[in-house]
Design a protein around this ligand. Structure first.
Ligand code: HEM
Length: 135
């Protein structure tokens, strides 16, 4: 497999690691505010890149005759859902940062954070299954 086909999984794993780190920075007893904002925004930036690279990788691999299992479809669905939820999370985070509706958004942002962690782990597992079942 060409080296550039490995870019998508590497960027994707980094994005997931940043998301989990953003979560950890806020659930610890000593909360790290600036670190949290930086990790959250970097995770969003890398997720966007991973999403675009995913499509490029798929089309390049298909051109090279690579075949994928059906798990690829579930991987794509999980990625799309995570991306939309992460966008909503960033929007709420930025609104709180600018002191807008802080009380309303904090409860939602905390609940969504747990959903994101589950989605991120699921996405990584589906990505790993897709990767090891490539033919
Ligand atoms: C994408 C950019 C993000 C920004 C700008 C952002 C910003 C914020 C802000 C302003 C707060 C409230 C701080 C306070 O007043 O206590 C907060 C809380 C929190 N954020 Fe984010 N966030 C982002 C992404 C994320 C992500 C990706 C996660 C986890 C997956 C996450 C998890 C949390 C949690 C758990 C809290 C609550 C902390 C507590 O209980 O005090 N955030 N965030």
């Amino acid at each position: 497999m060409a080296v550039n086909l490995l870019l998508h999984p590497i960027v994707g794993l980094l994005a997931i690691a940043l998301l989990l780190a953003a979560f950890t920075a806020k659930v610890r007893t000593r909360k790290q505010y600036v670190v949290h904002y930086a990790l959250g925004m970097s995770s969003l930036a890398l997720s966007s890149l991973a999403f675009a690279l995913g499509f490029l990788t798929f089309f390049q691999a298909a051109r090279e005759g690579v075949e994928f299992e059906e798990t690829l479809v579930f991987h794509l669905i999980a990625a799309a859902v995570l991306f939309v939820v992460l966008l909503a999370q960033a929007r709420m985070g930025l609104a709180m940062w600018r002191r807008k509706r802080h009380d309303v958004y904090l409860a939602r942002h905390r609940a969504t954070a747990r959903i994101l962690v589950v989605l991120a782990v699921l996405l990584a597992v589906l990505g790993a299954v897709t990767f090891v079942t490539i033919r």
